[in-house]
Design a binder for this molecule. Sequence first.
Ligand code: SF4
Length: 166
Amino acid sequence: MLSLLLGGGWLLIYARHRRAAYLPEGRIVSADVESLGMPGKPLFSKKFQLVGQPDYLIATRAGLIPVEVKSSKTPPHPYPSHVLQLAAYCLLVEETEGHSPPYGFIKYPDRMFQVPYTLDLRHTLLETLDAMRADLIDLAEVHRNHNETRRCLVCGYRGSCGEALV
Ligand code: SF4
């Protein structure tokens, strides 16, 4: 009985959360969101030496779809860096599930964008990963490439970055 009640309570939280987050149709498989209390394991690709966890993974008829939630001001088009981050999650789903998601979602406060995971995007992602690895190997200096205060405000590297805007 207790477990039934607890289960019912969790379902209620789940349903409320879904409505509040305006997520795409499908079953939430994992959520890197504290309020939902169902963290999934980070996705890992040995081949690409990549690890990460999208805010949500949704099981849909099209397969597992990653959803990344951004709190920055809603732009007319998703920021290229956010698109690449989503593409990395698509690559990780591809690696762990054995087939590519056809698209993923980037959700800003006022709008959600469906981003096709195309061969071109995959190629750009792999080129970017190669360039980042080359920078690390060369110990090349990498500088801030934006002037977005809000980005720095929520950045996990702010304490050690040295170029943070806030
Ligand atoms: S704090 Fe540094 S690493 Fe983080 S977004 Fe700002 S400039 Fe980039």
